[in-house]
Design a protein around this ligand. Structure first.
Ligand code: GLU
Length: 424
């Protein structure tokens, strides 16, 4: 067995938390990170495990397990979404919290990183059950969240309505309205215009920069894995920007058409049937096939660890823009780099969401709300700057874009940590 195979065999067994730590270790040696700061940043600052009793529609009480992890607060209050999914684990939430620290540092907004999660099958719960779960979970984590401490937001299977319940539950405890405790809220209660599409819009902006950098012309073919908030909005915005959407998928399967899919009709089909599967305007393919579909830009917009050493050699895209968090395994990264595929890492490609969350928080604190155009213009400035800084650092160290982004982000967090002197 060759040493390459040995290495991938070992790395494939990494769980997502080990993968996140590996990415930090990797950049630490490249930038020569101080050993004590490295040790400090390798672990979360704080992790809360809560038990959440919920009255279900049947009348029975079911107990769910939930987490809120704060990885780092050196640059400001912790920030990050809450995920409702059956596969949530404490290790996954730790990884996602660490990635939030780097993401906020890369786009240079004054936040640290956090993440929350509840192990539950949100897709098969009623609105009443979801409300009961959200309110009790919020109450349990209310001891560590707040506008100056830690600000949750949406993530996989959590919605603006869920954010509204979080805001209301927290406000009820304090006795007055505190919209700044959570972002991604509905507009009527202090949400920001443009927040719903911000992750996808930020992704579009960095793809446009990458296309320019690689000398690729507009009208590129795009394949998107995942059709939730990030994937669906990316399909719509990229179509509007002149790209051709050739394949999309959700957890049940995918649909593809080399001539381009009718995105509006797929959105309508999904709204009606709950899935893109069965849409008549293209051939049916599997969720995994979408990753290997013939395209110029691939957007993984679902869950972690989908691009592996096994499928990386067959990926046809020239650019991969990670709208999901953690979709690429470290060994796949090496293969993609060798093959000359530019990977726009998650902490860059999906940072539009948290950037507009920052705008929402600022608007809430100032009680002064912006036009959507202002939100989008400011988002573009931040995304383009982050892309340029990433590229510049990647060139300086002669590394890929993930390492370039990590060099900028980890460098910023290390500087703040060292100035404050909060590490041992
Ligand atoms: N869940 C999103 C992310 O992973 C948004 C987080 C936020 O807006 O705080 O970046």
């Amino acid at each position: 067995m060759s040493s390459t195979l040995d290495r991938s065999a070992v790395q494939s067994s990494l769980n997502v938390w080990q993968m996140a730590q590996r990415q930090l270790d990797d950049i630490a040696s490249i930038i020569g990170l101080d050993a004590s700061i490295h040790a400090y940043l390798r672990e979360p600052k704080r992790a809360l495990i809560v038990s959440v009793p919920v009255r279900m529609d049947s009348g029975a009480i079911k107990v769910f397990e939930g987490y809120r992890v704060q990885h780092n607060m050196a640059r400001g209050p912790a920030k990050g979404g809450i995920r409702f999914h059956p596969d949530v684990t404490i290790d996954e939430v730790k990884a996602l919290a660490m990635w939030m620290t780097w993401k906020c540092a890369l786009v240079n907004i004054p936040f640290g990183g956090a993440k929350g999660g509840v192990i539950c099958d949100a897709k098969n719960m009623s609105m009443q059950e979801l409300e009961n779960l959200t309110r009790r979970f919020t109450s349990e984590i209310s001891i560590i969240i707040g506008p100056e401490k830690d600000i949750p937001a949406p993530d996989v299977y959590t919605t603006p309505q869920i954010m509204a319940w979080i805001m209301d539950t927290f406000s009820m405890q304090k006795g007055y309205s505190i919209p700044g405790v959570v972002t991604g809220k509905p507009i009527a209660i202090g949400g920001s215009l443009g927040r719903d599409k911000a992750t996808a819009r930020g992704c579009l902006y960095v793809v446009q920069e990458a296309m320019k950098e690689l000398g690729l012309s507009d009208g590129a073919r795009v394949a998107i894995q995942g059709f939730g908030n990030a994937g669906l909005n990316a399909a719509e915005l990229m179509l509007e920007a002149g790209y051709k959407i050739v394949a999309v998928s959700d957890s049940r399967g995918g649909v593809a058409n080399t001539d381009g899919l009718d995105v509006q009709k797929i959105v309508a089909h999904k709204a009606e049937t709950g899935s893109v599967v069965g849409f008549s305007g293209g051939e049916q393919i599997s969720n995994k096939d979408v990753l290997e579909y013939d395209c110029d830009v691939l957007i993984p917009a679902a869950l972690e660890k989908v691009i592996t050493a096994e499928n990386a050699p067959r990926i046809k895209a020239k650019i991969i823009a990670e709208a999901a968090n953690g979709p690429t395994m470290p060994e796949a990264d090496e293969i993609l780099q060798e093959r000359g595929i530019m990977v726009l890492p998650d902490i860059l490609a999906n940072a539009g969401g948290v950037t507009v969350s920052y705008f929402e928080w600022v608007q809430d604190l100032q009680e002064n709300f912006w036009e959507e155009q202002t939100v989008n213009d400011r988002l573009r400035i931040i995304m383009v700057r982050a892309f340029r800084e990433t590229l510049e650092r990647a060139k300086k160290y002669n590394v890929n874009m993930r390492r370039g982004a990590y060099a900028v982000a980890v460098g910023r967090v290390a500087e703040a940590t060292s100035l404050r002197g909060v590490y041992p």
